[in-house]
Design a protein around this ligand. Structure first.
Ligand SMILES: O=C1NC(=O)NC(C(=O)O)N1
Length: 310
């Protein structure tokens, strides 16, 4: 029995990796990830220039997950691109997460990556909910289609999209119809559920400073939504567009559920932040135990095979 998998023809020890933004801001954090049991890693979403991000407190762990309004703090695209270029011969598969603060900056950043010798995967983050005044791009279907049309007029490297959660079947249908028109390597479902609110009842106060306490939710809160998005897009997208599942992964069973819904790879955010990189060994062991108990010998035995009630 094996939890090995392949992505873009590259064999990975397991389907697990970090979620962008968690444990991937600095070289030290990314090196620790690269040396961990994680099958792959993704960098913090980069903008062209360094960003300090939103004022603290901006990330809080709460009983059922986390709330954050980081505001895309990052060292700038060159920092992460240089990190990946320097290591792309040693690391099996790298994911470089990118966005821009404007349409033109997005195009500029993707042109920068296209012009580089980077051989890894680019994750285009269409779903950050925490930059004040900036809407989540992928909730604007027309803008998304315009951006993808321009990007694919020049971008030839493997490209995936980090999507926000959708909550309406019509939106799954509309978004999938747009995505099926482009040669995407994958879509990553989901980013945090944007603009939630967590209250400290003793202080009768919000818990994060930016945006009056509104922030993206992660963790247990979002697993049912994450699973639904993985399943909905797996059912609707061309099989050539893979699905990465993100959201609410804390145990091997959560990993199993994401794969059952159609995920090829599974990312860990909140629980990684809380437990550290040791979580990857635990998740692999727990997934293997579930596969053993069910008599599965590989991920393909159950990937995308969620049953409905007839
Ligand atoms: O895409 C993002 N999702 C989040 O939940 N937070 C970060 C951020 O705020 O930088 N970005």
């Amino acid at each position: 029995m094996t939890v090995e998998t392949s992505f873009l023809g590259i064999t990975l020890a397991n389907p697990l990796m970090n979620a962008s933004g968690v444990h991937c801001m600095t070289v030290a954090e990314m090196d620790e990830l690269a040396q961990s049991a994680a099958g792959a890693f993704v960098t913090k979403t980069a903008t062209r220039d360094y960003r300090a991000g939103n004022p603290q407190p901006r990330y809080v762990d709460v009983p059922l997950g986390s709330i954050n309004s980081m505001g895309l703090p990052n060292e700038g695209l060159a920092y992460y691109l240089d990190y990946c270029l320097a290591r792309q011969n040693q690391q099996a598969l790298q994911f470089l997460s990118v966005v821009g603060l404007s349409y033109d900056e997005i195009v500029e950043n993707l042109r920068t990556i296209e012009a580089s010798d980077y051989q890894g995967v680019t994750e285009f983050n269409l779903s950050c909910p925490n930059v004040p005044g900036k809407p989540q791009i992928a909730y604007d279907f027309e803008l998304t289609e315009r951006l993808l049309t321009e990007v694919f007029s020049f971008f030839t490297k493997p490209l995936g999209l980090k999507l926000p959660p959708y909550f309406d079947i019509a939106h799954f249908d509309q978004m999938a119809a747009i995505l099926n028109r482009f040669p995407l390597t994958y879509v990553n479902c989901v980013n945090s559920i944007g603009n939630g609110l967590y209250i400290d009842v003793d202080k009768e106060q919000v818990v994060i400073k930016p945006k009056g306490g509104f922030g993206g939710l992660g963790g247990d809160y979002i697993k049912p939504t994450a699973l639904a998005n993985v399943r909905a897009f797996h059912q609707r997208l061309n099989p050539s567009i893979k699905i990465i599942g993100t959201g609410g992964v804390r145990t091997g069973q959560d990993v199993f559920e994401h794969i059952l819904c159609g995920a090829s790879l599974v990312q860990v955010g909140t629980a990684l932040h809380q437990e550290g990189v040791g979580i990857f060994e635990r998740l692999v062991a727990e997934l293997e135990a579930i596969m053993e108990a069910k008599g599965y010998t590989c991920l393909e035995d159950f990937q995308g095979k969620l049953r409905e009630i007839n």
